[in-house]
Design a binder for this molecule. Sequence first.
Ligand SMILES: Cc1cc2nc3c(=O)[nH]c(=O)nc-3n(C[C@H](O)[C@H](O)[C@H](O)COP(=O)(O)OP(=O)(O)OC[C@H]3O[C@@H](n4cnc5c(N)ncnc54)[C@H](O)[C@@H]3O)c2cc1C
Length: 405
Amino acid sequence: MSTFSMALGEDQLAVRDWLHGFAADVMRPAAAEWDEREETPWPIIQEAAKIGIYSLDFYAQQFFDPSGVGIPVAMEELFWGDAGLGLSIVGTTLAAVAVLANGTEEQIGTWAPQMFGTPDDVKVAAFCSSEPDAGSDVSALRTRAVYEEATDEWVLNGTKTWATNGGIAAVHVVVATVDPALGARGQASFVVPPGTAGLSQGQKFKKHGIRASHTAEVVLDGVRIPGHCLLGGKEKLDERLARAREGARKGGKNAAMATFEASRPAVGAQAIGIARAAYEVALDYAKTRVQFGRPIIDNQGVAFTLADMRTRIDAARLLVWRASWMAANQQPFTAAEGSMSKLYAGETAKWVTAQAMQILGGNGFTREYPVERMHRDSAIYTIFEGTSEIQRLVIARSISGLPIR
Ligand SMILES: Cc1cc2nc3c(=O)[nH]c(=O)nc-3n(C[C@H](O)[C@H](O)[C@H](O)COP(=O)(O)OP(=O)(O)OC[C@H]3O[C@@H](n4cnc5c(N)ncnc54)[C@H](O)[C@@H]3O)c2cc1C
């Protein structure tokens, strides 16, 4: 008997509807204002915390949903509400995933709750991997972590860039190189606890989209952290470095890549939320806007575009759900299915939102209607968490078994 099903269960539907309500009632009405303000929307994060959407428990529950689709369903609804606000609410999870993926149980228990704070005193967290000279090429990180045996401390020096919540976070997770000669395999992830001296915010970026989400440089100047802030612990790191020095190919997965692998389908689901939102606006508009004496949807040119928009959105969701199901059910990604899902969903969001602007005509080009913001927001989805080119590189290597450059 087949057990295959694409249907969401009762609990999943209830969570989806609950998030949809928050997205529609709290996020949508605030979206344009925070986009213009280009500031972290603390009141919105706090409202999300008060009802349990911004909490470790909530994300852990969705993460451990055995079907795998808990996280993608949640992401799609929140980003249907608004992407800038959505990223402000879920940006912390990137750092949380880094701790979950690389930390010991004790480290998870210590740091994950501090990343979110409490509903009365919300905090955010940042994951700092990218550097000015190491974006797509994560093996080129220059930030150094040096261990001091006498004090059992790590000393971090370097400059991180593009960090979501960088500088305003309570907890920063920093990827640094311990042995530069080993490239990506010489790196490790560290927790920088709240208030640690030597960590400061550099430039805050003014962006094209997702403007409510804070993106900044993080400067690490002689940052001293206790030995227990190395995620996974020193013994595990020493073993890993020894294997890498012996030239062993197995087990050399680096910390940053482990985080990205786990988060790519979730990021794809965010892009789908934006695409679905823009598609819905365009569909409504096409049914009501009259030109030449009939609704513009009566023209095949418009109706077929809407048909393609919906088809691509549904196809992207299927790829995201497949990758999420595979990850939750320990199925190996033999064709980089996680990268595939993020690649297709990101490209879909950019294309769908551009079509939506076209269908709205002049109105689509103004800030009176939300699709121009959705189009600006969608553009990051072919850039962060690995650009579309890098996703294609990963897929090409995976399907060919060749070191494609
Ligand atoms: C808003 C925002 C938020 C971000 N948040 C975070 C965060 O929280 N934490 C974090 O660590 N980073 C974050 N990033 C960084 C993001 O992941 C990087 O911007 C991204 O990985 C690309 O790196 P880059 O910008 O240096 O571009 P580059 O790597 O310089 O790429 C430039 C262009 O060259 C192409 N390219 C590069 N190498 C190849 C290749 N081998 N083959 C084909 N094409 C190639 C790229 O696809 C791209 O089109 C964020 C970035 C932005 C803009």
